[in-house]
Design a protein around this ligand. Structure first.
Ligand SMILES: *[C@@H]1O[C@H](CO)[C@@H](O)[C@H](O)[C@H]1NC(C)=O
Ligand SMILES: *[C@@H]1O[C@H](CO)[C@@H](O)[C@H](O)[C@H]1NC(C)=O
Ligand SMILES: *[C@@H]1O[C@H](CO)[C@@H](O)[C@H](O)[C@H]1NC(C)=O
Ligand SMILES: *[C@@H]1O[C@H](CO)[C@@H](O)[C@H](O)[C@H]1NC(C)=O
Ligand SMILES: *[C@@H]1O[C@H](CO)[C@@H](O)[C@H](O)[C@H]1NC(C)=O
Ligand SMILES: *[C@@H]1O[C@H](CO)[C@@H](O)[C@H](O)[C@H]1NC(C)=O
Ligand SMILES: *[C@@H]1O[C@H](CO)[C@@H](O)[C@H](O)[C@H]1NC(C)=O
Ligand SMILES: *[C@@H]1O[C@H](CO)[C@@H](O)[C@H](O)[C@H]1NC(C)=O
Length: 827
């Protein structure tokens, strides 16, 4: 069903009679250029003169084309509606502007019509492709410029949009056909009604929208990602609205232009220097879902769905028979009228191209909460969203009346909050059942029942945690008077969210919002009503093991508060559902940055050092500074989440164990954790203590320094893992050999060396040799002398049976290294 878009690059083929460039890039008042002569811009980028389109050799047009590259792609035409039928064309400059005529008569065929009169007029072709008319002495003050009167090519630096002060409306109108530069039936304009947006019109019918600008891109072009060679911007002020793009580096970046073909298809071309031709970079409007209002009012089009069109929640087809026959134009209407006031609520859609904003109002300084309020108060308001999706969202955009021309995307679309009667909203969260008044009634009874049930469950949970806590001699900080005086004992200061709230925040656990899948269930991204971003861990219903882990995690992390631990915001326990609601971490897990070839370059040494330090502090807090003694048992790169400023936060306490104060070591029959991060005594004997976490931390530290995974590490010279490789480098007095080349420079060598040594101390074979986390934090933050490191545990994963030369096998001396220790010794 995809529309075929055959883009003809014919507009660049044309014939110019004899070439003879007039001197310079300007035409002065007493000069004229006739057919056959051309003017070339200063650096030779563009040329202007008379030309004929290829299929139309008799008509002569005055235009501008690329000169240095592409040998003549026409980007602008003056007399597009009034061709000259022979070669007697002449271009003159008068005080009125630039005049295209013939050499016999003084009658002009085309005049640029400058609004301001100019004393010493001159026309100049600039290297940007802009033909300007100005006073000889006013270099930057143009009385007229071709950029204000575009044809079909959008070039760097050109403004596409309107300027109320100067009465300009710059829009594109493509050629009628490849042979005829006269305006065709399409126009592409920035629309002045409501919140500004780009609309492609076919005659007077809206044909395609890119959707409004949402801060970094257009709502309807979610696949438009920032790139290295041009940047786009959309400027909205009281008097001026325009879309502009610029090359990142005008001398280096590949030349790019955006064009509107006679068939209305927009394409961005990029000049390919090697192939010496234009290549398509981006084409808009490629599917029927892009056709304006394909699904009618209040319908959403989705290319991946069959049928294409769906009514938004709370709406049903206006004409079910037509709808069933795939005639969607009649659209959808509400099942239940809005009650206007407190009886209404909003349903959040994600991944949408925002509806037509011609019937909208906006305020860039309002927050989403104020926006919601405003929409709730105005009975005619039907939906709202942010105007800017960057930095968590800002600004307010309100729609009135029907929502037109929406499209769904599988990813990266925008959130839209659609108003509906509260009863409809509850309806839409049930098993997809709709339009049954009876069911609505049932749910009104059921929902409060659920809430009561949830409350009972949570009380039970509290009770169990309390009991468990006492049995394990959980240490309650006696200084904490509040806690001590409270009846409940170990308190869970944790808000409860009900299922409906979480379902709403995550768009009913839609796949689009899924962040990942762990052993115990899926993790979803969501946004709470008040705008807070959350990550929801939903335990799979059939995971028996999960229940224990869930209790564990709640009891464990609810009491922990540290800037390097991920924060639990709320929990939900309802019947089969068990969910944990965390703060959302936009930069994902450390593994996704550290082990990515490209992304890891953004992690310079100060950032890595900060991550190491933060993780150490978080772990120290778990081991001894918090009210409990907690052993994480599954510390690894993917459990270190990064916030907006790349600060580390330890997450995933599913395997954590709370220890009584007197306990130092425990054993388990089921060894859980992640290979590569487990110390020998735990992996082999099931013994764990805080020192097991120290081992994992050491592995993590070596991974951060090397940018390589411990497990699966490969080296041409040996078959050691990363830990073994680090030990070998240490014994060979080449400890910097393991460091990622990206981070090393002469000024931080000392620090990198020291931190690597600390890493090796943490991974020593015997737990009693490993430092405690408090020593680690001290060693990281001071210059105290470090002890010599002994052989690490688990140097090798894939030892060959006949390999007797492994340096890790019996090399425990650190005499070689002591010299380097003293060399780097504290100053
Ligand atoms: C054109 O005008 C300039 C100054 O405006 C003058 O210097 C030049 O001599 C003139 N040329 C001719 C051919 O009249
Ligand atoms: C442009 O075309 C002319 C003749 O067709 C040719 O001589 C010239 O080399 C071409 N220039 C470029 C930059 O391709
Ligand atoms: C060229 O065409 C113009 C009208 O476009 C006409 O006035 C003029 O006489 C023609 N000249 C020749 C030499 O045919
Ligand atoms: C005007 O056109 C005629 C015939 O095409 C040509 O002979 C003459 O040189 C032209 N005059 C000017 C000033 O270009
Ligand atoms: C310039 O003004 C004249 C007279 O007002 C008008 O006929 C002509 O269409 C205008 N030309 C352009 C290019 O706007
Ligand atoms: C553009 O690239 C050139 C050549 O690589 C470089 O010298 C210049 O500094 C760059 N300019 C900008 C603004 O980055
Ligand atoms: C936009 O919202 C802000 C904050 O609510 C308000 O102060 C301002 O007056 C609003 N602007 C307009 C034009 O309504
Ligand atoms: C809502 O729309 C109706 C009809 O368009 C209009 O009469 C009414 O004044 C509007 N109400 C508000 C609060 O804007």
């Amino acid at each position: 069903m995809e529309k075929t878009t055959i883009i003809l690059v014919c507009s660049c083929l044309f014939s110019i009679m004899t070439f003879s460039s007039a001197a310079g890039d300007t035409i002065a008042a007493n000069e004229s250029i006739s057919d056959g002569q051309t003017i070339v811009s200063a650096r030779g980028e563009f040329e202007m003169g008379f030309f004929s389109p290829e299929g139309n050799p008799h008509n002569r047009y005055f235009g501008i084309w690329y000169k240095k590259i592409s040998n003549g792609t026409v980007i602008w035409v003056a007399n597009r509606e009034a061709p000259i039928s022979n070669t007697s064309g002449v271009v003159r400059v008068s005080s009125r502007g630039i005049v295209v005529g013939t050499n016999h008569t003084t009658r002009s065929i085309w005049t640029s019509n400058s609004s301001a009169s100019v004393k010493n007029p001159v026309a100049q072709l600039l290297d940007t492709g802009n033909l300007v008319f100005r006073d000889e002495n006013e270099l930057l003050n143009f009385a007229w410029q071709s950029f204000d009167h575009p044809v079909d090519n959008f070039l760097p630096g050109m403004k596409f949009g309107y300027d109320l002060v100067n009465g300009l409306d710059r829009y594109f109108s493509p050629w009628k056909s490849d042979d005829d530069p006269a305006p065709g039936e399409y126009t592409h304009r920035v629309d002045k009604n409501g919140y500004p947006q780009l609309i492609l019109w076919k005659g007077s019918v809206p044909w395609y929208r890119t959707g409004p600008w949402v801060g970094s891109r257009f709502s309807g072009i979610p696949f438009l990602k920032p790139n290295g060679f041009y940047v786009i911007d959309f400027v909205i002020t009281q008097t001026e609205v325009y879309y502009v793009f610029n090359l990142v580096n005008s001398s280096e970046s590949p030349i790019t232009r955006w064009t509107l073909a006679p068939n209305g298809v927009s394409t961005r071309y990029k000049w390919n220097r090697d192939k010496h031709s234009w290549s398509q970079y981006l084409t808009l409007e490629v599917s029927d879902c892009d056709d304006y209002e394909f699904c009618g009012a209040n319908g959403v089009c989705n290319v991946n769905k069959s049928p294409r069109c769906e009514c938004i929640k709370g709406f049903d087809p206006k004409n079910p028979e037509h709808w069933a026959e795939a005639d969607w134009t009649s659209g959808c209407s509400r099942n239940v009228e809005l009650e206007c006031g407190n009886g209404d609520d909003f349903f959040r859609y994600t991944g949408l191209k925002l509806p037509d904003t011609r019937w909208s109002k906006y305020n860039m300084s309002m927050s989403l909460v104020e926006c919601r309020d405003k929409c709730l108060k105005d009975c005619n308001c039907t939906a709202y969203s942010n105007t800017d999706i960057r930095n968590g969202g800002s600004g307010c955009l309100l729609w009135f009346g029907d929502l037109k021309d929406m499209r769904g995307y599988s990813a990266d679309g925008q959130d839209l909050y659609v108003k509906m009667a509260a009863s409809e909203l509850i309806n839409s969260y049930t098993e997809g059942s709709k339009n049954s008044g009876q069911k609505t009634g049932v749910w009104i009874v059921l929902v409060p029942a659920f809430v009561v049930l949830a409350a009972i469950c949570c009380l039970l949970l509290l009770y169990r945690i309390r009991k468990k806590g006492i049995k394990r001699a959980v240490q309650v900080d006696l200084d904490n008077v509040a806690a001590a005086t409270r009846e409940q004992g170990p308190d869970l200061d944790l808000p409860l969210l009900d299922f409906i709230q979480i379902a709403k925040a995550t768009d009913n656990f839609s796949d689009n919002n899924k962040l990942g899948e762990g052993g115990f269930g899926a993790v979803y991204k969501g946004v709470l009503e008040e705008g807070q971003e959350i990550a929801v861990k939903r335990l799979s219903k059939d995971s028996r093991q999960g229940v224990t882990e869930f209790m564990n995690e709640v009891s464990c992390i609810a009491k922990l508060q540290h800037r390097n631990l991920v924060r639990l915001i709320a929990c939900c326990v309802e019947e089969q559902e068990r969910m944990l609601v965390y703060e959302y971490m936009p930069n994902k897990g450390l593994d996704s940055v550290l082990f990515d070839k490209e992304m890891c370059k953004s992690l310079d040494w100060p950032k890595r050092y900060n991550i190491i330090n933060g993780t150490a502090k978080g772990l120290l807090y778990l081991h001894q500074d918090s009210r409990l003694k907690v052993i994480h048992r599954d510390l690894k790169a993917s459990n270190i989440l990064l916030d907006y400023e790349m600060n580390p936060k330890i997450s995933d306490f599913g395997l954590a164990r709370i220890f009584g104060e007197s306990e130092t070591q425990a054993s388990t029959t089921t060894v859980v954790g992640t290979y590569g991060y487990m110390p020998p005594e735990y992996a082999i004997d099931g013994l764990f203590s805080t020192k097991s976490d120290v081992y994992s931390f050491g592995v993590l530290l070596l991974e951060i320094i090397s940018g390589k995974k411990n497990r699966g590490f490969r080296h041409p010279d040996h078959n050691l893992n990363l830990v073994g490789h680090a030990w070998r480098c240490y014994t060979e007095n080449n400890l910097l050999g393991i460091a990622d080349k990206v981070i090393l420079n002469s000024s931080n060598e000392h620090e990198v060396f020291r931190v690597t040594e600390i890493g090796l101390l943490c991974v020593q074979e015997y737990p009693e040799d490993r430092p405690s986390m408090s020593s680690v934090v001290l060693m990281l933050s001071s210059e105290i002398a470090l002890p010599c490191s002994k052989k690490p545990g688990f140097c090798s994963e894939r030892k060959k049976p006949n390999d007797t030369t492994s340096p890790a096998s019996n090399h425990t001396s650190c005499s070689i290294n002591s010299s380097s220790v003293s060399f780097y010794a504290p100053r």
